[in-house]
Every structure is written in structure tokens, then in C-alpha cells.
Design a protein around this ligand. Structure first.
Ligand SMILES: [Zn+2]
Length: 51
């Protein structure tokens, strides 16, 4: 079991394309080959109902 095997979402720094990369992958956009990717915050949106 490798806890680091979870894919991480990145946003291409050039075109803003979403890339899903695993930790073992090279950090590079799969669409345009741009090497600067921003790590996307994968925080879930939590909604509270206020009554
Ligand atoms: Zn790109």
C-alpha cells in the first residue's frame, strides 16, 4: 500500500487545462507540454444549511 499513489489535480500554468497526475509522473501538462502546473486545491465544498 502506497499512500502517495493518489492522483493529484494540477492546473496548467499556460492554458489552465486540468491535469490529473500521479506522484510518480513528471510534472508537465499533458496537453501542451508546459512544465509549470499549479496544484489544485481538492478541498470539498461543504455546505451548511442555516435555518
Ligand atoms: Zn498545458
Amino acid at each position: 500500500m502506497d499512500p502517495q499513489a493518489e492522483p493529484v489535480n494540477y492546473i496548467c500554468g499556460d492554458y489552465g487545462i486540468k491535469n490529473t497526475l500521479e506522484h510518480s509522473n513528471v510534472i508537465q501538462c499533458r496537453e501542451c507540454g508546459y512544465c509549470i502546473l499549479y496544484k489544485k486545491c481538492t478541498r470539498r465544498i461543504v455546505q451548511y444549511e442555516a435555518r
